[in-house]
Design a protein around this ligand. Structure first.
Ligand SMILES: CC(C)(COP(=O)(O)OP(=O)(O)OC[C@H]1O[C@@H](n2cnc3c(N)ncnc32)[C@H](O)[C@@H]1OP(=O)(O)O)[C@@H](O)C(=O)NCCC(=O)NCCS
Length: 195
């Protein structure tokens, strides 16, 4: 049985540590989110030191969730991708992690991110919630938050390619107060979110 979400003291300690650990780290984006399972989780910007926690998250995801997140099977995250996911400028590239205490250590149970793609000249976004934490409202809250943060940074358009069968993602986006446009090609859906 998994341990409960971070206590207030744990969260405070995490916040104190985190604000000293990554260059440019914006502590003002640390928050707590209340979930439908009655638990509260710490949601904070991703740190460079989160690499092992993100590897652990990947190891605990079902193959379905991995496919829906990366659109291909991924057994191990390539080093460059892991670096890219954790080394952020907190402006054009931003990621939030939901963190709990589990087995007496921190565990990341969800990541929502956006990043500027210089080849496509657009800002893409992605999210994944660990399977045992899905359906509790975390995905919706984290997406809402990451778009709001992007908007504060002057980004008003976000794009993602999702599998056309990804109903949970479509429902999650439908619940947000933003304009969402879909276009379809070869089994995949391009999602455009205007904030
Ligand atoms: C998509 C995802 C992030 C949603 O996260 P979540 O925390 O479960 O979402 P929420 O609990 O906030 O639910 C949001 C909405 O989706 C619906 N939903 C969630 N899972 C669902 C499922 N398996 N089937 C149908 N609807 C689902 C919820 O009912 C809710 O809709 P409502 O507000 O109308 O009730 C999660 O399913 C996930 O990580 N999937 C794998 C990765 C992925 O698909 N990423 C997207 C592409 S980058």
């Amino acid at each position: 049985m998994r341990k409960a979400a971070a206590s207030g003291a744990d969260a405070g300690r995490a916040m104190k540590m985190s604000s000293t650990m990554s260059r440019g780290y914006p502590p003002q984006y640390e928050t707590r989110m209340a979930l439908k399972n009655g638990k509260t989780v710490l949601v904070r910007p991703v740190l460079q030191t989160d690499e092992p926690l993100i590897v652990d998250l990947l190891n605990k995801l079902s193959s379905d969730s991995i496919y829906l997140r990366f659109l291909r099977p991924v057994k191990t995250l390539p080093k460059e991708l892991l670096f890219h996911l954790t080394h952020l400028d907190y402006q054009n590239n931003f990621a939030l992690a939901a963190v709990i205490r589990e087995d007496e250590k921190d565990a990341v149970i969800a990541v929502a991110r956006y990043g500027y793609d210089p080849q496509e000249h657009l800002t893409d976004f992605a999210i994944v919630v660990r399977d045992d934490w899905q359906h509790y409202g975390l995905g919706k809250q984290m997406l809402s938050r990451i778009f709001a943060i992007g908007r504060q940074q002057g980004i008003f358009r976000f794009v993602s390619i999702v599998d056309s069968t990804n109903i949970p993602m479509k429902r999650t986006l439908r619940g947000l107060d933003y304009t969402v446009n879909y276009s379809y090609e070869k089994g995949f859906t391009q999602v455009e979110v205007l904030v």
